[in-house]
Design a protein around this ligand. Structure first.
Ligand SMILES: Cc1cc2nc3c(=O)[nH]c(=O)nc-3n(C[C@H](O)[C@H](O)[C@H](O)COP(=O)(O)OP(=O)(O)OC[C@H]3O[C@@H](n4cnc5c(N)ncnc54)[C@H](O)[C@@H]3O)c2cc1C
Length: 550
């Protein structure tokens, strides 16, 4: 980053977010303004821009991981890129606080003009267990995690003896029937269908893909006949579509829908609903339906002439009064408007208004099928799929990426999908988990791999008797710990634990538990003492009655 101070007359433009809206604003500003007129600084979490419309193809590997993103430094060569987390925006003092890097110091960036383009995030609020068990699908990391997870479920299903668990491993649930939800379920369905033949035991087992949507038809942004075509095509390809339903909660064993229906599964992807990133939620300014309020010149209400907001984080209305939908094509056009208006603010011209009404919509339904509605013309099937690929390939900036993607697609037509995992996960850390009443936490005889702390709720500790009945040993409540006995004695679980009420727990895996008890002796002592007491209680409860009373 160029840290030298700009001359006093040079204006400082700071752009927050490196998605479609932020990157295209920087690109247009680079064209419109001379370096002596303004410095442009863009802050983004990653040093690359993600081409989200093609992100779902990473799941099947039909586009290579690195080809669906593009380095921001190459897209915006005259922009200072700050690859950090935006922590705070102070609109009154015109300063943005950025997270520390290697050196534990925050960075303060002062601006004359600010562009807020931070997109949105999936909102799991009020949906118990979703944060712990459902995957969002927005970033490159999300796509990588999902691809690896899907392959892992197949590997596990191949060796699993328990038929019920195998069915769960082969069930994939996606919430949200918009563009991203439809494209994700179609890709998972195609991918699993294509690679199952490489698994000796799975090749003849059915897999289940379920799409859950809150309205009476999917793809609400498209004309009804196209949405119905999409539904029929997905159903013919084996996808179950549950309409007028919503994901309400999740555990590690199932998705729970608003109607009370449960779907036993090990994969839940959630593409809706969305909310503002935390840094914008805290911002004191006008908001509507959880987004920033702007005028038709994209200026933030009450900060006209200083701050512009665009893309998925803003409510943008065109001059006709319609609300611009949160799509890439709108974000790009909003970026042109914002850049022109910032240039006008610097040079003293008048502000232009946002008038773009959309060119059309496209959605892929998996290999060889799509729906398209472009300039009033409706297309579906193979032709629409071909058009989808051509349009999105053309829109990908840079010849380099275009050639790489076209090559990936050609190879994907000739060879079966790649099945190799990219195993990047570090050792499993301390995590939260949610259980519904009646859910098993672990079973007698299981390997002891974690200790549990109850954050909220209750569970029963049960002993399986030789006659098959279960004896209640204890009921544990908020603040209690369990699971330590098997870890401390390196034996399998000597009891079954089942949630009595909805329960949130903190899970401390064995590796972390061992590190903590060896480096903090007092921590280990608490659990040793607890294990000793419980062993004594067990011995008492197993003694003949007269012996206990002696
Ligand atoms: C899977 C998927 C498929 C889609 N398909 C289509 C399609 O086919 N057609 C279409 O038109 N649209 C599609 N969309 C929608 C389209 O991609 C979005 O409307 C568009 O990306 C919005 O651009 P944006 O710049 O507002 O937000 P984003 O592209 O989300 O960019 C926001 C950026 O801000 C950064 N950021 C956020 N908070 C912080 C912080 N605190 N610190 C640092 N950086 C931060 C993020 O890392 C991100 O890079 C799709 C979206 C998804 C998720």
């Amino acid at each position: 980053m160029n840290t030298s101070q700009p001359p006093a007359a040079t204006k400082r433009i700071v752009i927050l977010g490196g998605g479609f809206a932020g990157v295209y604003t920087a690109r247009y500003l680079e064209k419109l303004l001379r370096p002596e007129e303004a410095t442009i600084t863009l802050i983004n979490r990653e040093n690359y821009w993600v081409y989200q419309p093609m992100l779902s193809e990473v799941i099947s590997g039909s586009i290579g991981l690195a080809n669906v993103v593009s380095p921001i430094r190459r897209l915006c060569p005259r922009t200072n890129l700050v690859t950090r987390e935006i922590e705070e925006i102070d609109l009154a003092n015109k300063v943005v606080t950025v997270s520390p890097g290697f050196r534990p110091r925050q960075l303060l960036l002062h601006y004359d003009y600010l562009v807020i383009a931070v997109g949105n995030v999936t909102n799991f609020y009020g949906m118990p267990g979703m944060l712990e068990n459902a995957m969002p699908f927005k970033t490159l990391a999300d796509a990588m995690v999902l691809r690896n997870h899907v392959i892992r479920t197949l590997e596990e299903a191949e060796v699993e003896q328990d038929a019920e668990l195998r069915r769960k491993l082969l069930t994939f649930v996606v919430g949200g029937g918009g563009f991203s939800g439809v494209e994700v379920i179609a890709e998972i369905n195609d991918f699993v269908g294509a690679v199952k033949k490489n698994y000796l035991r799975l090749r003849n087992e059915p897999h289940r893909c379920v799409l859950i949507h809150s309205r009476n038809r999917i793809l609400p942004e498209m004309a009804e006949p196209l949405a119905l075509f999409a539904q029929n095509t997905l159903r013919k390809r084996g996808v179950e579509i549950l309409l007028e339903e919503r994901l309400a909660a999740a555990t590690s064993e199932k998705a729970i829908l608003k109607s009370g229906v449960t779907i036993p599964c090990k994969t839940i992807v959630c593409t809706v609903p969305s909310t503002l990133p935390l840094v914008i939620q805290d911002l004191e300014c006008a908001k509507e339906a959880g987004r920033l309020v702007t005028n038709t010149s994209l200026e933030l209400k009450d900060y006209e002439g200083q701050v512009w907001a665009l893309g998925d984080c803003a409510v943008v209305k065109t001059v006709s009064g319609d609300r611009a939908p949160p799509t890439a094509q709108h974000a790009i056009r909003e970026a042109t408007t914002a850049a022109s208006n910032i240039a006008a603010a610097i040079r003293g011209g008048s502000q232009v208004q946002f008038t773009f009404e959309g060119l059309g919509t496209l959605a892929s339904l998996g290999h060889g099928a799509a729906v398209a509605q472009i300039l009033g013309v409706k297309l579906s099937g193979l032709m629409a799929w071909f058009l989808w690929r051509c349009i999105y390939l053309m829109k990908m900036p840079g010849l380099n990426r275009k050639v790489r993607i076209a090559t990936d697609w050609m190879l994907h037509l000739l060879f079966p999908p790649d099945l190799a995992q990219t195993k990047l996960e570090p050792e499993r850390g301390i995590q939260n988990q949610h259980f519904q009443p009646g859910d098993l936490v672990f079973q007698q005889g299981d390997l002891g791999d974690s200790v549990y702390v109850i954050e909220k709720g209750e569970c029963d500790v049960l002993r399986e008797e030789p006659d098959g009945s279960q004896k209640l040993l204890a009921t544990l409540k908020t603040g209690d710990y369990f699971g330590e006995m098997a870890l401390l004695s390196d034996q399998s679980r000597n009891a079954t634990v089942r949630a009595r009420t909805a329960m949130n727990v903190l899970i401390i895996p064995k590796g972390n538990f061992d590190k903590l008890r060896h480096s903090v002796p007092a921590f280990g002592e608490i659990f040793r003492e607890l294990a000793r007491r419980r062993r004594e209680e067990n011995v008492k409860s197993e003694r003949p009655r007269d012996l206990v009373e002696e």
